[in-house]
Design a protein around this ligand. Structure first.
Ligand SMILES: Cc1cc2nc3c(=O)[nH]c(=O)nc-3n(C[C@H](O)[C@H](O)[C@H](O)COP(=O)(O)O)c2cc1C
Length: 182
């Protein structure tokens, strides 16, 4: 169990309305232990294209809002599909805005993966995020393959995982790792 209430900010790499990555984050949000609050970021699709000329005093307000939410978070949850063996452009763009800022270093992060495939994107994200000095909590990794399944089956798998405590178990491992670091 966690020692204090935690706020987790969830980042989805897919902008699709019926994104399975997003559905997994929603299920985590609804199934999380009482002492954890999860907010799913809705800003990624509206971020302008990163340009280092627009950092510092010229940083757009929406980027400040995004970075401010990350600053407040005790940890991040990333759920991201694989596009052409890599990171979807919109998600990489969001990460690029954070590279030179101070919100990200040492922030704990867990992956929640909604596909039975997509291991290349997990590898690439790990490389990018480690380069940005995030702390990936590998023992909290959650894979729940719902991609490519019917809506009904997706809902069944997600509610089964919730009832079986799979979702809260991952979150508790993440919370324990965060709390252990103080
Ligand atoms: C442009 C594009 C490229 C894709 N490339 C890959 C790929 O290289 N490897 C893979 O496993 N799936 C690939 N897919 C499939 C998606 O990763 C998969 O459908 C994923 O579950 C979508 O996530 P979402 O439901 O959260 O949007 C691709 C999908 C799109 C739209």
């Amino acid at each position: 169990m966690t020692l204090r209430p935690l706020f987790l900010y969830a980042l989805c790499g897919s902008l699709r309305q019926v994104s399975t990555s997003r559905k997994l984050l929603e299920a985590l949000r609804l199934g999380c232990p009482e002492d954890i609050t999860i907010e799913i970021c809705d800003l990624i699709g509206d971020l302008p294209i990163f340009n280092p000329d627009n950092e510092g005093e010229r940083t757009p307000a929406i980027v400040e809002e995004f970075a401010g939410n990350i600053r407040k978070a005790d940890g991040l949850i990333v759920s991201c599909p694989e596009y052409a063996h890599g990171i979807p452009g919109g998600f990489k763009n969001a990460l690029d805005w954070l590279v030179s800022r101070d919100e990200i270093p040492f922030k704990p992060l867990m992956f929640a993966h909604a596909s039975h495939r997509g291991d290349l994107v997990l590898e690439q994200l790990a490389e990018v995020l480690r380069t940005m000095s995030l702390r990936i909590v590998s023992e909290a990794f959650l894979r729940l393959p719902i991609a490519g399944k019917s809506d009904e089956l997706q809902a069944e798998i997600l509610s089964g995982a919730r009832d079986d405590g799979l979702l809260s178990a991952s979150l508790s491992r993440f919370a324990d790792a965060i709390s252990a670091e103080g």
